[in-house]
Write a protein that binds this ligand. Sequence first.
Ligand code: ADP
Length: 302
Amino acid sequence: GIVVLGGINMDLVTYSDRFPSPGETVVGHRFLTYAGGKGANQAVAAARMGGRTSMVGQVGGDLFGPQLLDGLREAGVDVSGIAIDGGETSGIAVIGVDGSAQNRIVQVLGANSTCGAAQAEAVASALTDASTLMLQLEVPIEVSLASARKANAMGKTVILDPGPVRPIPEELIELADVITPNETEAAALVGFPVDGHGAAERAAEELLRRGARTAIIKLGSQGAIFATGWQGDTSTAFPVEAVDTVAAGDAFNGALAVCLAEGRSLERAVMLACAAGALAVTTTGAQDSMPTRAEVVAFLGR
Ligand code: ADP
């Protein structure tokens, strides 16, 4: 089984022809809510890929809390490790989109930012019955670090998705059995630009040198490269018509975790993950766009 520790968010999106100036009100023509958060997205992705998945994190005492929990439950995620912080709101992002598809985003971390020792304990207890811990960087770093230490001591596989970009302690890289940055995140970690295969290979080598056992760099429409101490290769992207690239990386990670937990080779796992990422960009939304196992298998067999 798979345990995901991470962020749970609701995105509130308004669509208007233009953005209001300070003090002004404009009338929009559409409003949509999307369940997101990298942690929750990855949990849904793993569950849809057929992994027995439980999520650890926090929602707030507002109306979004139960809605976010319901969405996860419907996807088949065990939510018993998600606490409600009644003194906080759920994590939200208020997103304005204008007529030229520009966006302006205000994010409030809410209950994600008050995750603490209780969540690290919930991770440890969920891991007794699981093989893999998935982490991202949307809950306080100390909680991720404590959870990764525990997972490591228990002999479990730690998969670290180092996004969104923020400084992390070297120890977290050392605790990662697998680290999966995209190009932007990889550049922030290694301190040189990462665009394309050559630079990505150098970044992967640097991350191995710094203690990660496997490094995978996600390259958007160019697929992904992966490297371990003894093996490195490229997994070419599957050509698709990109509609919305939101959460492609989360679909990738969910599929990767499930395939590795099933004991598949790294090469095969990365290929299935690339297929899941490609499928995710063909639909809009975050959690809604996570492909099922059947969809990934059908896509590969086409
Ligand atoms: P993130 O969403 O974290 O920025 P990427 O954009 O690199 O990550 O996407 C994750 C994975 O999804 C990629 O490694 C690739 O396999 C797949 N993917 C993303 N965008 C496309 C695309 N336009 N066409 C095909 N595959 C894609």
